[in-house]
Design a protein around this ligand. Structure first.
Ligand code: QZP
Length: 407
Protein backbone atom coordinates (compact mmCIF):
# COMPACT_ATOMS: atom_id res chain seq x y z
CA UNK A 1 0.00 0.00 0.00
CA UNK A 2 3.08 2.24 0.05
CA UNK A 3 4.13 4.45 -2.85
CA UNK A 4 6.60 2.66 -5.10
CA UNK A 5 10.27 3.67 -4.96
CA UNK A 6 10.25 4.30 -8.69
CA UNK A 7 7.55 5.20 -11.16
CA UNK A 8 6.72 2.11 -13.19
CA UNK A 9 7.65 2.23 -16.89
CA UNK A 10 3.98 2.11 -17.83
CA UNK A 11 2.78 4.23 -14.96
CA UNK A 12 -0.50 5.75 -13.94
CA UNK A 13 -1.31 9.43 -14.08
CA UNK A 14 -0.24 11.42 -11.00
CA UNK A 15 -2.55 11.36 -8.00
CA UNK A 16 -3.74 7.80 -8.50
CA UNK A 17 -2.88 5.55 -5.54
CA UNK A 18 -0.33 2.90 -6.48
CA UNK A 19 -0.73 -0.43 -4.77
CA UNK A 20 2.30 -2.64 -4.54
CA UNK A 21 0.78 -5.99 -3.59
CA UNK A 22 -0.30 -8.77 -5.94
CA UNK A 23 -4.08 -9.38 -6.07
CA UNK A 24 -3.38 -12.69 -7.84
CA UNK A 25 -1.11 -14.14 -5.15
CA UNK A 26 -1.87 -17.05 -2.84
CA UNK A 27 -1.49 -14.77 0.22
CA UNK A 28 -4.10 -12.40 -1.21
CA UNK A 29 -6.51 -15.24 -2.10
CA UNK A 30 -6.16 -16.68 1.42
CA UNK A 31 -7.87 -13.59 2.88
CA UNK A 32 -8.68 -10.84 0.37
CA UNK A 33 -11.17 -8.94 2.53
CA UNK A 34 -8.82 -6.73 4.60
CA UNK A 35 -6.98 -5.75 1.43
CA UNK A 36 -10.26 -5.06 -0.40
CA UNK A 37 -11.06 -2.67 2.44
CA UNK A 38 -7.71 -0.90 2.15
CA UNK A 39 -8.08 -0.65 -1.62
CA UNK A 40 -11.63 0.80 -1.37
CA UNK A 41 -10.38 3.41 1.07
CA UNK A 42 -7.38 4.28 -1.14
CA UNK A 43 -9.69 5.88 -3.74
CA UNK A 44 -12.20 5.34 -6.54
CA UNK A 45 -9.42 4.27 -8.92
CA UNK A 46 -6.18 2.48 -8.08
CA UNK A 47 -3.16 1.34 -10.05
CA UNK A 48 -1.69 -2.10 -9.48
CA UNK A 49 2.04 -1.83 -10.06
CA UNK A 50 2.64 -5.57 -10.03
CA UNK A 51 0.69 -6.13 -13.27
CA UNK A 52 0.46 -2.61 -14.78
CA UNK A 53 -3.33 -2.38 -14.62
CA UNK A 54 -5.88 -0.02 -13.17
CA UNK A 55 -8.43 -1.30 -10.68
CA UNK A 56 -11.88 -0.28 -9.47
CA UNK A 57 -12.86 -1.52 -6.04
CA UNK A 58 -15.89 0.51 -4.89
CA UNK A 59 -19.44 -0.46 -5.87
CA UNK A 60 -20.16 2.79 -7.76
CA UNK A 61 -17.14 2.53 -10.06
CA UNK A 62 -17.44 -1.24 -10.61
CA UNK A 63 -21.10 -0.76 -11.53
CA UNK A 64 -20.28 2.20 -13.80
CA UNK A 65 -17.55 0.30 -15.67
CA UNK A 66 -19.83 -2.73 -16.15
CA UNK A 67 -22.56 -0.49 -17.55
CA UNK A 68 -20.44 1.39 -20.11
CA UNK A 69 -19.43 -1.35 -22.55
CA UNK A 70 -18.62 1.17 -25.31
CA UNK A 71 -15.83 2.69 -23.23
CA UNK A 72 -14.88 -0.45 -21.32
CA UNK A 73 -14.87 -3.14 -23.96
CA UNK A 74 -14.78 -6.92 -23.73
CA UNK A 75 -13.54 -7.74 -27.23
CA UNK A 76 -9.92 -7.22 -26.15
CA UNK A 77 -10.42 -9.91 -23.51
CA UNK A 78 -11.77 -9.86 -19.95
CA UNK A 79 -8.49 -11.18 -18.57
CA UNK A 80 -5.24 -9.27 -18.16
CA UNK A 81 -4.08 -10.24 -21.63
CA UNK A 82 -5.01 -7.61 -24.25
CA UNK A 83 -6.09 -9.40 -27.44
CA UNK A 84 -5.07 -6.32 -29.42
CA UNK A 85 -1.47 -7.04 -28.35
CA UNK A 86 -1.35 -10.78 -27.56
CA UNK A 87 -2.95 -13.82 -29.16
CA UNK A 88 -5.70 -15.36 -27.01
CA UNK A 89 -4.88 -18.78 -25.47
CA UNK A 90 -7.94 -20.27 -27.25
CA UNK A 91 -10.23 -18.96 -30.02
CA UNK A 92 -11.99 -15.92 -28.57
CA UNK A 93 -15.45 -16.42 -27.02
CA UNK A 94 -18.10 -14.98 -29.34
CA UNK A 95 -20.25 -13.80 -26.43
CA UNK A 96 -18.01 -13.03 -23.43
CA UNK A 97 -15.16 -11.55 -25.44
CA UNK A 98 -17.35 -9.59 -27.87
CA UNK A 99 -18.89 -6.11 -28.03
CA UNK A 100 -22.09 -4.88 -29.67
CA UNK A 101 -23.20 -5.38 -32.38
CA UNK A 102 -21.55 -8.83 -32.60
CA UNK A 103 -22.37 -9.55 -28.97
CA UNK A 104 -26.01 -8.57 -29.37
CA UNK A 105 -26.71 -11.39 -31.83
CA UNK A 106 -24.99 -14.21 -29.89
CA UNK A 107 -26.42 -12.95 -26.59
CA UNK A 108 -29.95 -13.06 -28.02
CA UNK A 109 -29.47 -16.74 -28.80
CA UNK A 110 -28.27 -17.70 -25.31
CA UNK A 111 -30.97 -15.47 -23.76
CA UNK A 112 -33.52 -17.69 -25.50
CA UNK A 113 -31.82 -21.00 -24.79
CA UNK A 114 -31.47 -20.15 -21.07
CA UNK A 115 -34.74 -18.21 -20.65
CA UNK A 116 -37.30 -18.50 -17.86
CA UNK A 117 -39.42 -20.57 -20.24
CA UNK A 118 -36.52 -22.98 -20.76
CA UNK A 119 -36.16 -23.40 -16.98
CA UNK A 120 -39.74 -24.55 -16.39
CA UNK A 121 -39.34 -28.17 -17.53
CA UNK A 122 -36.07 -28.49 -15.56
CA UNK A 123 -37.27 -27.51 -12.10
CA UNK A 124 -38.91 -30.80 -11.14
CA UNK A 125 -35.90 -32.89 -12.11
CA UNK A 126 -33.37 -30.47 -10.53
CA UNK A 127 -35.42 -30.53 -7.30
CA UNK A 128 -35.69 -34.33 -7.22
CA UNK A 129 -31.92 -34.72 -7.66
CA UNK A 130 -31.17 -32.12 -4.96
CA UNK A 131 -33.46 -33.97 -2.54
CA UNK A 132 -31.93 -37.33 -3.46
CA UNK A 133 -28.44 -35.90 -2.91
CA UNK A 134 -29.35 -34.56 0.53
CA UNK A 135 -30.99 -37.91 1.49
CA UNK A 136 -27.84 -39.76 0.42
CA UNK A 137 -25.62 -37.37 2.44
CA UNK A 138 -27.89 -37.65 5.50
CA UNK A 139 -27.49 -41.43 5.34
CA UNK A 140 -23.70 -40.99 5.31
CA UNK A 141 -23.76 -38.42 8.13
CA UNK A 142 -20.21 -37.15 7.52
CA UNK A 143 -18.80 -36.14 4.14
CA UNK A 144 -16.78 -33.50 2.31
CA UNK A 145 -19.22 -30.81 1.20
CA UNK A 146 -17.02 -29.74 -1.72
CA UNK A 147 -16.63 -32.94 -3.77
CA UNK A 148 -19.67 -34.73 -2.36
CA UNK A 149 -22.17 -31.87 -2.58
CA UNK A 150 -20.92 -28.67 -4.26
CA UNK A 151 -19.37 -30.61 -7.15
CA UNK A 152 -21.56 -33.71 -7.16
CA UNK A 153 -24.90 -31.91 -7.42
CA UNK A 154 -24.14 -29.64 -10.43
CA UNK A 155 -22.38 -32.59 -12.09
CA UNK A 156 -25.59 -34.60 -11.63
CA UNK A 157 -27.80 -32.04 -13.40
CA UNK A 158 -25.89 -29.63 -15.67
CA UNK A 159 -24.03 -31.96 -18.07
CA UNK A 160 -27.31 -33.83 -18.74
CA UNK A 161 -29.20 -30.55 -19.20
CA UNK A 162 -26.58 -29.61 -21.79
CA UNK A 163 -26.88 -32.99 -23.47
CA UNK A 164 -23.32 -34.23 -22.98
CA UNK A 165 -22.48 -37.92 -23.27
CA UNK A 166 -21.16 -39.68 -20.14
CA UNK A 167 -17.68 -40.37 -21.44
CA UNK A 168 -15.02 -37.76 -20.68
CA UNK A 169 -16.99 -35.68 -18.16
CA UNK A 170 -13.96 -35.79 -15.85
CA UNK A 171 -12.56 -33.06 -18.15
CA UNK A 172 -15.30 -30.56 -17.31
CA UNK A 173 -14.05 -29.17 -13.99
CA UNK A 174 -10.38 -29.08 -15.05
CA UNK A 175 -11.39 -27.24 -18.24
CA UNK A 176 -13.40 -24.64 -16.32
CA UNK A 177 -10.61 -24.20 -13.79
CA UNK A 178 -8.28 -23.53 -16.72
CA UNK A 179 -10.64 -20.95 -18.25
CA UNK A 180 -10.84 -19.03 -14.95
CA UNK A 181 -7.11 -19.25 -14.24
CA UNK A 182 -6.43 -17.98 -17.76
CA UNK A 183 -8.21 -14.65 -17.06
CA UNK A 184 -5.44 -13.93 -14.57
CA UNK A 185 -1.90 -12.63 -15.13
CA UNK A 186 0.89 -14.89 -16.41
CA UNK A 187 1.59 -16.34 -12.97
CA UNK A 188 2.15 -19.98 -12.04
CA UNK A 189 -1.57 -20.74 -11.74
CA UNK A 190 -2.16 -19.56 -15.29
CA UNK A 191 0.95 -20.97 -16.91
CA UNK A 192 0.58 -24.45 -15.37
CA UNK A 193 -3.11 -24.60 -16.25
CA UNK A 194 -2.39 -23.74 -19.90
CA UNK A 195 0.52 -26.21 -20.08
CA UNK A 196 -1.82 -29.03 -19.03
CA UNK A 197 -4.78 -27.89 -21.11
CA UNK A 198 -4.46 -29.86 -24.37
CA UNK A 199 -6.57 -32.94 -23.43
CA UNK A 200 -9.27 -30.80 -21.79
CA UNK A 201 -9.41 -28.46 -24.80
CA UNK A 202 -9.65 -31.43 -27.18
CA UNK A 203 -12.50 -32.92 -25.13
CA UNK A 204 -14.45 -29.65 -25.08
CA UNK A 205 -13.98 -28.94 -28.80
CA UNK A 206 -15.35 -32.40 -29.61
CA UNK A 207 -18.40 -32.16 -27.31
CA UNK A 208 -19.42 -28.85 -28.90
CA UNK A 209 -20.17 -30.60 -32.19
CA UNK A 210 -23.82 -31.17 -32.96
CA UNK A 211 -23.59 -34.96 -33.25
CA UNK A 212 -22.32 -35.20 -29.67
CA UNK A 213 -25.20 -33.27 -28.10
CA UNK A 214 -28.39 -35.08 -27.04
CA UNK A 215 -31.70 -33.80 -28.45
CA UNK A 216 -33.63 -31.47 -26.13
CA UNK A 217 -30.53 -30.23 -24.27
CA UNK A 218 -29.14 -26.67 -24.20
CA UNK A 219 -26.45 -27.72 -26.70
CA UNK A 220 -28.94 -29.03 -29.26
CA UNK A 221 -31.07 -25.88 -28.75
CA UNK A 222 -28.07 -23.72 -29.66
CA UNK A 223 -27.50 -25.72 -32.86
CA UNK A 224 -31.20 -25.37 -33.67
CA UNK A 225 -30.78 -21.56 -33.58
CA UNK A 226 -28.22 -21.99 -36.38
CA UNK A 227 -30.86 -23.83 -38.46
CA UNK A 228 -33.15 -20.85 -37.82
CA UNK A 229 -30.44 -18.55 -39.23
CA UNK A 230 -29.85 -16.58 -36.03
CA UNK A 231 -26.19 -17.67 -35.88
CA UNK A 232 -24.04 -19.57 -38.35
CA UNK A 233 -23.29 -23.31 -38.13
CA UNK A 234 -19.67 -22.34 -37.38
CA UNK A 235 -20.75 -20.19 -34.43
CA UNK A 236 -22.97 -22.78 -32.73
CA UNK A 237 -20.11 -24.94 -31.34
CA UNK A 238 -18.45 -21.82 -29.90
CA UNK A 239 -21.62 -20.88 -28.03
CA UNK A 240 -21.86 -24.42 -26.67
CA UNK A 241 -18.25 -23.95 -25.54
CA UNK A 242 -19.33 -20.88 -23.56
CA UNK A 243 -21.79 -23.02 -21.57
CA UNK A 244 -19.10 -25.64 -20.99
CA UNK A 245 -16.70 -22.91 -19.85
CA UNK A 246 -19.00 -20.92 -17.59
CA UNK A 247 -21.90 -23.17 -16.63
CA UNK A 248 -20.50 -25.74 -14.25
CA UNK A 249 -17.60 -24.58 -12.07
CA UNK A 250 -19.35 -21.30 -11.27
CA UNK A 251 -22.33 -23.15 -9.77
CA UNK A 252 -19.96 -25.54 -7.96
CA UNK A 253 -18.33 -22.51 -6.31
CA UNK A 254 -21.71 -20.85 -5.71
CA UNK A 255 -23.23 -23.87 -3.99
CA UNK A 256 -19.96 -24.43 -2.10
CA UNK A 257 -20.11 -20.81 -0.88
CA UNK A 258 -23.74 -21.19 0.21
CA UNK A 259 -23.11 -24.40 2.17
CA UNK A 260 -20.02 -22.83 3.77
CA UNK A 261 -22.17 -19.85 4.83
CA UNK A 262 -24.90 -22.06 6.32
CA UNK A 263 -22.27 -24.09 8.19
CA UNK A 264 -20.58 -20.99 9.64
CA UNK A 265 -23.76 -19.04 10.46
CA UNK A 266 -26.13 -21.49 12.16
CA UNK A 267 -28.58 -18.71 13.10
CA UNK A 268 -29.03 -18.03 9.37
CA UNK A 269 -29.53 -21.75 8.73
CA UNK A 270 -32.15 -21.77 11.52
CA UNK A 271 -33.94 -18.89 9.78
CA UNK A 272 -33.85 -20.77 6.49
CA UNK A 273 -35.24 -23.91 8.13
CA UNK A 274 -38.09 -21.95 9.67
CA UNK A 275 -38.93 -20.42 6.27
CA UNK A 276 -37.70 -22.48 3.30
CA UNK A 277 -39.12 -19.86 0.90
CA UNK A 278 -35.92 -17.95 1.77
CA UNK A 279 -33.92 -20.58 -0.16
CA UNK A 280 -33.47 -18.50 -3.31
CA UNK A 281 -32.34 -15.42 -1.39
CA UNK A 282 -30.06 -17.47 0.87
CA UNK A 283 -28.24 -18.61 -2.27
CA UNK A 284 -28.19 -15.11 -3.77
CA UNK A 285 -26.78 -13.67 -0.54
CA UNK A 286 -24.02 -16.31 -0.60
CA UNK A 287 -23.14 -15.14 -4.11
CA UNK A 288 -22.91 -11.55 -2.84
CA UNK A 289 -21.07 -12.48 0.35
CA UNK A 290 -18.43 -14.82 -1.13
CA UNK A 291 -18.47 -13.63 -4.76
CA UNK A 292 -17.42 -16.91 -6.41
CA UNK A 293 -16.31 -14.83 -9.42
CA UNK A 294 -13.99 -12.36 -7.69
CA UNK A 295 -12.71 -10.22 -10.55
CA UNK A 296 -12.42 -9.68 -14.26
CA UNK A 297 -11.18 -6.97 -16.61
CA UNK A 298 -12.32 -4.56 -19.25
CA UNK A 299 -10.14 -2.58 -21.73
CA UNK A 300 -10.62 1.15 -22.38
CA UNK A 301 -11.48 2.14 -25.95
CA UNK A 302 -10.78 5.86 -25.39
CA UNK A 303 -9.44 8.31 -22.84
CA UNK A 304 -11.90 8.30 -19.95
CA UNK A 305 -12.39 9.78 -16.49
CA UNK A 306 -12.82 7.47 -13.50
CA UNK A 307 -13.32 9.04 -10.08
CA UNK A 308 -11.77 12.32 -11.26
CA UNK A 309 -8.72 10.70 -12.87
CA UNK A 310 -8.18 10.56 -16.60
CA UNK A 311 -6.83 7.30 -18.02
CA UNK A 312 -5.81 6.58 -21.59
CA UNK A 313 -7.06 4.31 -24.37
CA UNK A 314 -5.99 0.65 -24.33
CA UNK A 315 -5.72 0.34 -20.56
CA UNK A 316 -6.85 -2.71 -18.65
CA UNK A 317 -9.22 -2.05 -15.74
CA UNK A 318 -9.62 -4.78 -13.14
CA UNK A 319 -13.07 -4.87 -11.53
CA UNK A 320 -13.11 -6.22 -7.98
CA UNK A 321 -16.66 -7.60 -7.91
CA UNK A 322 -16.12 -9.13 -4.48
CA UNK A 323 -15.04 -5.79 -3.00
CA UNK A 324 -18.00 -3.98 -4.61
CA UNK A 325 -20.30 -6.60 -3.11
CA UNK A 326 -19.08 -5.63 0.37
CA UNK A 327 -18.66 -1.89 -0.14
CA UNK A 328 -20.08 -0.22 3.00
CA UNK A 329 -21.06 2.75 0.76
CA UNK A 330 -23.63 0.44 -0.84
CA UNK A 331 -24.37 -2.28 1.75
CA UNK A 332 -25.46 -2.14 5.37
CA UNK A 333 -23.51 -4.65 7.48
CA UNK A 334 -21.71 -5.60 4.30
CA UNK A 335 -19.60 -8.25 6.04
CA UNK A 336 -22.51 -10.21 7.45
CA UNK A 337 -24.27 -13.07 5.71
CA UNK A 338 -27.96 -12.19 6.05
CA UNK A 339 -30.45 -14.33 4.12
CA UNK A 340 -33.22 -11.73 4.50
CA UNK A 341 -31.14 -8.92 3.00
CA UNK A 342 -32.31 -7.18 -0.19
CA UNK A 343 -29.58 -8.61 -2.40
CA UNK A 344 -30.63 -7.07 -5.71
CA UNK A 345 -27.96 -4.92 -7.28
CA UNK A 346 -25.06 -7.12 -6.21
CA UNK A 347 -22.51 -7.62 -8.99
CA UNK A 348 -21.72 -11.29 -8.32
CA UNK A 349 -23.26 -12.06 -11.72
CA UNK A 350 -21.91 -8.85 -13.26
CA UNK A 351 -24.25 -6.10 -14.48
CA UNK A 352 -25.37 -4.65 -17.79
CA UNK A 353 -25.29 -6.26 -21.23
CA UNK A 354 -22.88 -9.05 -20.24
CA UNK A 355 -24.58 -9.95 -16.96
CA UNK A 356 -24.52 -13.73 -16.51
CA UNK A 357 -26.71 -15.25 -19.22
CA UNK A 358 -26.93 -18.51 -17.25
CA UNK A 359 -28.11 -16.87 -14.04
CA UNK A 360 -31.49 -18.61 -14.10
CA UNK A 361 -29.84 -22.02 -14.26
CA UNK A 362 -27.44 -21.06 -11.45
CA UNK A 363 -30.24 -19.72 -9.28
CA UNK A 364 -32.39 -22.77 -9.96
CA UNK A 365 -29.59 -25.12 -8.84
CA UNK A 366 -28.80 -22.96 -5.83
CA UNK A 367 -32.40 -22.51 -4.77
CA UNK A 368 -33.44 -26.16 -4.95
CA UNK A 369 -30.32 -27.28 -3.06
CA UNK A 370 -30.87 -24.65 -0.33
CA UNK A 371 -34.54 -25.70 -0.12
CA UNK A 372 -33.65 -29.40 0.18
CA UNK A 373 -31.20 -28.60 3.00
CA UNK A 374 -33.80 -26.37 4.70
CA UNK A 375 -36.45 -29.09 4.66
CA UNK A 376 -34.38 -32.17 5.47
CA UNK A 377 -31.40 -31.09 7.59
CA UNK A 378 -31.41 -29.98 11.24
CA UNK A 379 -27.74 -29.05 11.65
CA UNK A 380 -24.53 -28.62 9.66
CA UNK A 381 -21.32 -28.84 11.66
CA UNK A 382 -17.79 -28.30 10.34
CA UNK A 383 -15.79 -31.29 11.58
CA UNK A 384 -12.30 -30.85 10.20
CA UNK A 385 -9.80 -28.61 8.48
CA UNK A 386 -11.31 -26.25 5.88
CA UNK A 387 -8.95 -26.08 2.88
CA UNK A 388 -9.04 -23.32 0.31
CA UNK A 389 -8.70 -23.85 -3.44
CA UNK A 390 -6.70 -21.25 -5.36
CA UNK A 391 -7.71 -19.87 -8.74
CA UNK A 392 -6.98 -16.53 -10.46
CA UNK A 393 -10.71 -15.72 -10.74
CA UNK A 394 -12.77 -18.06 -8.58
CA UNK A 395 -12.98 -18.02 -4.78
CA UNK A 396 -13.89 -21.28 -3.08
CA UNK A 397 -12.83 -24.29 -1.10
CA UNK A 398 -10.98 -27.49 -1.83
CA UNK A 399 -12.35 -29.30 1.21
CA UNK A 400 -15.16 -28.67 3.72
CA UNK A 401 -15.58 -31.65 6.06
CA UNK A 402 -19.03 -31.58 7.66
CA UNK A 403 -21.47 -33.68 9.66
CA UNK A 404 -25.20 -33.19 9.14
CA UNK A 405 -28.20 -34.43 11.12
CA UNK A 406 -31.69 -35.15 9.85
CA UNK A 407 -34.51 -32.79 10.77
C1 QZP B 1 -16.40 -17.66 -18.71
C2 QZP B 1 -17.19 -18.02 -22.40
C3 QZP B 1 -17.40 -14.83 -15.03
C4 QZP B 1 -17.31 -15.02 -16.51
C5 QZP B 1 -16.07 -14.40 -17.01
C6 QZP B 1 -17.56 -16.44 -16.85
C7 QZP B 1 -17.44 -16.86 -18.29
C8 QZP B 1 -18.41 -16.47 -19.19
C9 QZP B 1 -18.34 -16.86 -20.51
C10 QZP B 1 -17.28 -17.64 -20.94
C11 QZP B 1 -16.31 -18.06 -20.03
O1 QZP B 1 -17.95 -17.48 -23.20
O2 QZP B 1 -16.36 -18.86 -22.71
Amino acid sequence: MTAPATTPAHGAAPGIPHLDFDPFSIEFFADPFPIHERMREAGPLVYLDKWGTYGVVRYAEVHAVLNDPQTFCSSRGVGLSDFAKEKAWRPQSIILEADPPAHTRTRAVLNQVLSATAMRPLRGHFTALAEAKVDELLARGSFDAIPDLAEAYPLSVFPDALGLKQEGRENLLPYASLVFNAFGPPNRLRQEAIERSAPHQAYVAEQCQRENLAPGGFGACIHARADAGEITHEEAPLLVRSLLSAGLDTTVYGIGAAVYCLARYPEQFAKLRSDPTLARNAFEEAVRFESPVQTFFRTTTREVDIGGHSIGEGEKVLMFLAAANRDPRRWENADSYDITRRTSGHVGYGSGIHMCVGQLVARLEGEVMMAALARKVKSIEITGEVKRRYNNTLRGLESLPVAIKAA
